[in-house]
Design a protein around this ligand. Structure first.
Ligand SMILES: Nc1ncnc2c1ncn2[C@@H]1O[C@H](COP(=O)(O)OP(=O)(O)OP(=O)(O)O)[C@@H](O)[C@H]1O
Length: 327
């Protein structure tokens, strides 16, 4: 649905050049929620602005719905952009217009006739659960309600893609959850593809099917969230599971075992103890709930060297678990 290839964007200011996006490739599938995660300055906003070409990349291509946007002349690009909605961290609503007026705005720009417009605005406000606040001004709405208006406005042109620029980072945790659930629900109900940028792990855990981690303008890992988490050494895994540095225990092998899908709830530690008579002990662990199931990581200490524990380690891997010797 969205294909980004070899994207590069540099900024030049006061004799300095900052390579904000440095050769990024990404593939977002139709209907999925895709999160780009990274610290401040990693290049996330620049990447997102390049997807609808609010920012012209220096090199590379962006293909949305089979159309290479980078190859389009300005007029066709403007039309194509209507198929891409965008929501913002600080909502970007017009304070002089009501909720309904804000949602109507893009429809006016598109030249939708008044009657049809009114009907569509009512539908959109209902869709985001704000049917009863149509006549309220932004100043009379809570942060969460303002973001709902922002979402309704972004959906006005019946986009196939929604871009989200830190849409929940100005909201409290409870409101964040309700907005994330709304986005997930819209993605499923409308078949909407959502590409979002965030620095919050909660966003990735709660709604993302896939994710990319950006650092200094580059993507350091990308893929389905549960696949990344099972991958040894994954930066996303380290952020989500947060087991810390493994302790330095004499003559002990410390392994991090990642469990996905069916493995959560399996008695594999007891099984190991019974089969190999090893004195396995659990040092740390966490189980997280993702958009599509549970994943967990357990840190286990096994007496003896990694060589001496070759058979139990093989047994764990054969059971379909992802096993990484942490020390
Ligand atoms: N218009 C601009 N002019 C000059 N430099 C810019 C401009 N926009 C971004 N940058 C620089 O490009 C780099 C990437 O910025 P970008 O805003 O894309 O990162 P980010 O990951 O979205 O960070 P944040 O979460 O803080 O917005 C940073 O070093 C930033 O200072």
């Amino acid at each position: 649905m969205i294909q980004i290839e070899g994207l590069r964007k540099a900024y030049h200011s006061r004799g300095r050049t900052v390579l904000a996006v440095d050769g990024v490739d990404l593939e977002v599938r139709q209907g999925e929620v895709y999160g780009v995660l990274g610290r401040s300055g990693a290049g996330k906003s620049t990447l997102l602005r390049c997807v609808n070409l609010l920012e012209r990349p220096d090199a590379g291509s962006v293909t949305v719905d089979g159309v290479d946007l980078t190859a389009l002349p300005e007029r066709r690009l403007r039309r194509q952009r209507q198929r891409i909605g965008m929501i913002h961290q600080h909502f970007a609503l017009l304070s002089s217009r009501t909720a309904a007026g804000n949602v109507a705005f893009p429809l006016e720009v598109m030249g939708v006739p008044r009657r049809e417009r009114a009907q569509r605005v009512a539908e959109l406000l209902d869709l985001v659960g704000l049917g009863d606040r149509a006549h309220a001004y932004p100043a009379q709405l809570s942060g969460g309600q303002k973001q709902r208006v922002g979402i309704a406005r972004a959906l006005a042109g019946r986009p196939t893609v929604l871009l989200s620029d830190e849409a929940t980072s100005a909201l409290d945790p409870e409101t964040t959850t309700s907005i994330l659930d709304l986005l997930r629900d819209l993605s499923q109900r409308l078949g909407l593809t959502i590409l979002l940028i965030t620095h919050e792990m909660e966003v990735v855990k709660r709604i993302c099917d896939s994710a990319a981690v950006m650092r200094e303008g580059r993507v350091i890992e990308a893929g389905r969230v549960r696949d990344l988490l099972a991958r040894p050494g994954s930066a996303l895994g380290q952020e989500i599971f947060r087991l810390g540095t493994p302790p330095d225990l004499p003559d002990t092998t410390i392994v991090d075992v990642t469990l996905t899908d069916d493995a959560v709830g399996q008695s594999f530690v007891a099984d190991l103890v019974r089969r190999y008579d090893v004195d396995a002990s659990i040092l740390a662990g966490t189980i997280e709930t993702l958009a599509d199931g549970q994943v967990g990581r357990l840190r286990i200490a096994l007496p003896g060297s990694a060589e001496a524990n070759a058979a139990p380690l093989r047994h764990l891997r054969d059971a379909g678990l992802s096993v990484e010797v942490a020390r």
